[in-house]
Structures are given as structure tokens and as C-alpha cells.
Design a protein around this ligand. Structure first.
Ligand code: HEC
Length: 133
């Protein structure tokens, strides 16, 4: 009798844990799935222009500024997570484990820079270029 009760409970626990795990990896925000194709040079150039306008006040690639150095970010985070961080930083630092840790370390809230989802995708392409060098 006891085992019959335990099975659904365990199943629920396992599914719940699995669900949480994947959510953490992709972060919290509008982006649920990104499929990376071959490197797109013109998209990355668009991303670089936006990055130079909207992100350099707080980010460099090789050293800390207001925010973390961004070199290697495509290796430490999933593409969805990076885009959600760009599009939804305020909720990310409150609810996503990794972003919360960064906030604890940098003690400044990254703010939304008024970028569209397409803009965020182009910045991601620029990060791919930076990380390939
Ligand atoms: C006001 C300063 C500020 C601006 C502007 C800013 N950021 Fe941030 N960013 C931060 C801080 C600080 C963090 C660490 C999390 C936190 O404390 O909010 C961060 C974290 C990140 C991360 C996660 C880094 C990692 O190591 O995982 C990415 C990616 C990122 N920012 C990209 C961008 C992009 C792209 C832009 C421009 C659209 C941008 N940021 C604009 C301050 C800023």
C-alpha cells in the first residue's frame, strides 16, 4: 500500500526537479529555444554596433567593469540564457540562480537596454565571434 502512494510522489519529484533544471539553464524570459546555425557575419556586425552603443558602458570582454567580463560567455551559458539575460535582466537577477549569484557579486542591477529580441539575437552572434577568437 505504501509503495503505491510513493510512486506518484517520486514521479512528481523527479519531473519537478528535471523541469527546474532546464529552466535554470535557459533562464527566465521570452526566449525558449534558439537554434544556432553557421556563423552569420552580417548579423554579428549588427550585434557589435548595438553592443558598442548600449553595453560598453558596463561591459568589457577581458576585464570587469560595472558588469562581468563577457569573453567566454557563450561557453559558460546557453544561447537562450544569454538572450533572456539581455531581454529580462531584472527578473533574471531575482529568479535565476546563476544571474542571482552575479548580482550578489557585482552589486549593480543590469538594466534592460531597450533592445528587441532580434537585437539580442544579433548580440549573441557577436559574442560567438568574440569567443571564436
Ligand atoms: C548598467 C550597467 C549594465 C549595462 C548597461 C549592461 N549590463 Fe550586462 N550586466 C551588468 C551587471 C552588473 C551584470 C551582472 C548581473 C547583475 O548584477 O545584474 C551583467 C550581466 C550580464 C551578462 C551575464 C554575464 C555572465 O557572465 O553570465 C550578460 C550576457 C550581459 N550582462 C550582457 C549585456 C548586454 C548584451 C548589454 C547591452 C545590451 C548589457 N549587458 C548592458 C551590467 C550592465
Amino acid at each position: 500500500m505504501k509503495t503505491l502512494v510513493l510512486i506518484p510522489v517520486l514521479l512528481f519529484a523527479v519531473l519537478f526537479a528535471a523541469g527546474c533544471g532546464s529552466d535554470e539553464e535557459i533562464g527566465i524570459g521570452p526566449v525558449k529555444k534558439v537554434t544556432l546555425g553557421a556563423f552569420d557575419k552580417s548579423l554579428s556586425e549588427k550585434g557589435r554596433t548595438i553592443f558598442d552603443q548600449k553595453c560598453v558602458a558596463c561591459h568589457k570582454f577581458d576585464s570587469k567593469l560595472v558588469g562581468p567580463p563577457l569573453k567566454g560567455v557563450t561557453q559558460r551559458r546557453k544561447p537562450e540564457w544569454i538572450m533572456n539575460m539581455i531581454l529580462n535582466p531584472e527578473q533574471m537577477t531575482k529568479e535565476d540562480v546563476a544571474a542571482k549569484q552575479l548580482f550578489g557579486q557585482y552589486l549593480t542591477q543590469m538594466t534592460f537596454q531597450n533592445v528587441s529580441e532580434d537585437d539580442a539575437r544579433s548580440i549573441l552572434e557577436y559574442f560567438r565571434l568574440v569567443d571564436s577568437n
